[in-house]
Ligand binder design. Structure first.
Ligand code: NAI
Length: 742
């Protein structure tokens, strides 16, 4: 059939047999379909055209792209929103909703065919149709990710979803932002059928024709136009349970989830028009909130990072280096096993070498358990584990590395052993093979001298636990080639990580920023501040755990060693604390030994998968033993308040970041914010340590540091900060690399 109306840029319309109209979307200039201004205009024109011409019996909406129905709103529009008044934002919500209402009020039934991602505004459009059919392809996911940007759906999502699937599941879906596949969507009643992609159009036509015959859609529309019946008990229960879960997850720092709950519950008891008004008002409030501004910026940083190839020359249009296809890991300890599991999980076949066969025997089941971990079911999928076993090759000799094109060394943290292993790896592999080390403290420059060709060598520093920590530091030594960096960066991305490239320097970036935070907590402990108070203040700021809790998780022995490295390099401000060796001598190594700054009880199995993401060992308060161990190193007591505790923990991190910038350790100021969020759990709602510093302002930071000056150089403003305070400039203004990447 010929297309109707040829002057559309984002869609086409054709008449099918049986007098149905088929609208196919293809939004140009984007990798996936997104809802742009042009799309909204074209959709309005298309509906006008259908209204004014010979009326179809029904309309089908689908994407001409197989990978996306609609990935949501055009993110570029969100920044424009922030510049508008609340009334203007509400007006935009109302306009979009009115357009979608034309589908739900049309004289004919409509169906959306959902193949590929269907998120946010795309799902709102689909919800405005009378029917939805999803494909069961893995690429098909449905959800409302707005909450992750500090927002809620503003085009009818909070009005229609609870009416369709019930308020409880609607709150769950919208407040978590999680997406679900086609089959789960069918089980929830979010779609009316789930079929293979090949059968989608025919099935949709069948469903639509049935509605056109029976007018069943009219009864459904009546149901969708009523308030949702919820008795007081149901409402009370939903309110209490959801509020508790939301508070637990958000720590009270994110305004969107509680407002989503409130808006959905309030919208249930009124008619859709009033519910829509509540939705617009809530959207306008959130769109103008500083938290949403930070989350949108972070989203853009993530996009920018995904496009970054790791080097600056001809940024953006360098030919990509051939990706590594035959990776290998040497060392099957805690980290090697985690790195191996990550490879299997992301579809790689892998060679794993360890000098000790017992280490391999112990590691393999844990690796397979973790790689086959089913996040939804919260257990290992045994059949998947069996399948993955065929892709893991183990060996006790480096001769197994013969065909590897990327080798990640992760053996014990001993310089002599590492140098020896790196030399042997180079002898075992081909000339083009990239060799990387996962060292956390050895300078890359020093290890590189063990190789004949140091240009093929770099650090790929993963964080523990590998499955959860998304940041990876790609460490560039003076001899590392651009190609090596590009291979390492591309490889980390294929493992689902966020790689940042840093120049070789003690502690690289992350540990260098972490150490002042950890160090200051022990100084405050020595001054007599209660450890639980220090940790509580840090958590109150939004950190996932306090510094003393973190010490216990890292392990006091590991921290001791890292502390010595930092002391040697930056002892004027990050001196090794005598308290840490005292705890280590007393056998208090943290969680792994059952006690550190706190007492710990083991939480079930130690295997990484069985422990499951996020599970914590139970923790009891610090005891008299710690007080006694700290006592010989006591410092003059200081009266302090919570705000000062927070400043003392975090302002030295800002100061260290200014030194990192001075030394050119990072390629772009934004990498610092990505690093602290993805490696240290710095609160996303604050946008990273430098975005947080900008939100306070350099002059105010200098003012807050003044009363702390007697603590020494670690609290003195750096020349860069002093200059920023004088000129009123911000870290954001230091962005160097092109913004067009956004
Ligand atoms: P680990 O002690 O658990 O495992 C080291 C493994 O290397 C052992 O299985 C050992 O048998 C093997 N090995 C020793 N010599 C070898 C040789 N010559 N050839 C082959 N294998 C050999 O150590 P872990 O914790 O896994 O650390 C490994 C590396 O990862 C270290 O460089 C460490 O600094 C780094 N790292 C550790 C983190 C952590 O939190 N544990 C975090 C980030 C990096």
């Amino acid at each position: 059939m010929p297309p109707i109306g040829r002057d559309f840029t984002t869609l086409s319309i054709e008449r099918t047999a049986g007098d149905l109209s088929l609208i196919s979307f293809l939004v140009p200039g984007h990798l996936q379909n997104v809802i742009t201004r042009e799309l909204l205009r074209d959709l309005a024109t298309a509906l006008d055209l259908l209204d004014s011409g010979p009326r179809p019996r029904g309309i089908l909406l689908r994407s001409a792209r197989s990978e996306s129905f609609f990935a949501g709103a055009d993110i570029a529009r969100l920044d424009e929103l922030r510049l508008r008044t609340g009334d203007e934002i509400e007006g935009l919500c109302n306009a979009g909703r009115r357009l979608f209402n034309r589908l739900s009020e049309a004289p004919w039934p409509s169906i959306a065919i959902i193949d590929g991602v269907c998120l946010g505004g795309g799902l709102e459009m689909a919800l405005a149709c009378d029917l939805r059919i999803a494909t069961r392809e893995p690429r098909t996911v449905l959800g409302f990710p707005e909450v992750k940007l500090g927002l809620l759906p503003g085009w009818g999502g909070t009005v229609r979803l609870p009416r369709l699937i019930g308020p409880g599941p609607a709150v769950e879906l919208i407040a978590t932002g999680e997406s679900i596949g086609g089959e789960s969507a069918a089980r929830l009643g979010l779609v009316d059928g789930c079929v293979g992609a090949d059968a989608a159009l025919a099935s949709a036509i069948r469903l639509l024709e049935r509605d056109a015959e029976t007018h069943a859609h009219l009864a459904r529309r009546r149901r969708m136009n009523r308030a949702v019946e919820l008795d007081d008990d149901e409402r009370g229960f939903l309110e209490a349970t959801s509020a508790a879960v939301i508070l637990g997850r958000s720590g009270g720092h994110y305004p969107a989830p509680p407002l989503i709950l409130e808006t959905i519950l309030a919208g249930c008891s009124v008619d859709p028009a009033e519910a829509a008004r509540l939705e617009s008002a809530a959207f306008a409030t959130l769109a103008r909130s500083p938290v949403s501004a930070q989350l949108v910026r972070l989203f853009r940083l993530g996009e920018w990072n995904r496009r970054d190839i790791g080097i600056n020359a001809n940024f953006g249009d360098q030919p990509p280096a051939a990706p590594a296809e035959r990776p290998a890991v040497v060392g099957a300890g805690i980290m090697g096993a985690g790195i191996a599991a990550s490879h299997l999980r992301h579809g790689f076949s892998l060679t794993l070498v360890d000098i000790q066969s017992e280490a391999l025997t112990a590691a393999v089941p844990a690796i397979l358990d973790e790689a086959a971990w089913d996040r939804q079911a919260k257990r290992t999928d045994p059949s998947r584990a069996v399948g993955l076993a065929g892709r893991l090759r183990t060996a006790t000799s480096l001769s197994a590395l013969g065909d590897a094109d990327l080798v990640i060394e992760s053996v014990v943290e001993r310089t002599d052993v590492k140098r020896q292993v790196l030399t042997a790896i180079e002898q075992a592999v081909n000339a083009g093979t990239v060799i990387a080390t996962n060292t956390s403290t050895n300078p890359i420059t020093k290890l590189a001298t063990a190789l004949e060709d140091p240009s093929r060598f770099c650090g790929i520093h993963f964080f523990n636990p590998v499955r959860r920590m998304t940041l990876v530091e790609v460490v560039r030594g003076p001899a590392t080639s651009d190609r090596t960096v590009m291979v390492a960066v591309a490889h980390a991305k294929r493992l689902g990580k966020c790689p940042i490239v840093v120049r070789d320097s003690p502690g690289f970036l992350v540990n260098r920023l972490l150490m002042p935070y950890l160090h200051e907590s022990v100084e405050m402990l020595r001054e007599g501040t209660d450890p639980e108070r220090i940790d509580r203040v840090a958590r109150g700021f939004g950190m996932p755990m306090g510094p003393l809790e973190l010490y216990d998780m890292i392990g006091l022995d590991t921290a001791l060693y890292a502390g010595l490295v930092m002391d040697e390099a930056f002892g004027d401000r990050i001196a090794a604390s005598p308290v840490i060796p005292a705890l280590v001598r007393a056998g208090r190594l943290g969680r792994k030994s059952g006690a550190g700054f706190y007492e710990h009880a083991a939480a079930g199995s130690r295997s990484p998968a069985a422990a499951g993401p996020g599970r914590r060992s139970r923790q009891r308060g610090s005891d008299a033993t710690v007080t006694a161990l700290v006592e010989p190193y006591a410092l003059p007591p200081r009266v302090t308040d919570d705000a000062t505790i927070a400043d003392r923990l975090l302002l030295p991190v800002v100061l260290e970041a200014t030194r990192v910038l001075d030394e050119g350790i990072v390629r772009d100021v934004r990498d610092i914010d990505l690093a602290v969020i993805h490696a240290l759990g710095f609160p996303a709602f604050r946008g990273g340590v430098l975005a947080w510093a900008d939100s306070i302002g350099a002059a105010e930071i200098v003012r807050r540091l003044e009363p702390l000056a007697d603590l020494g150089i670690r609290m003195l403003p750096t020349p860069r900060l002093t200059e920023m305070a004088r000129s009123g400039s911000t870290f954001a203004s230091l962005v160097r690399l092109p913004d067009s990447l956004h």
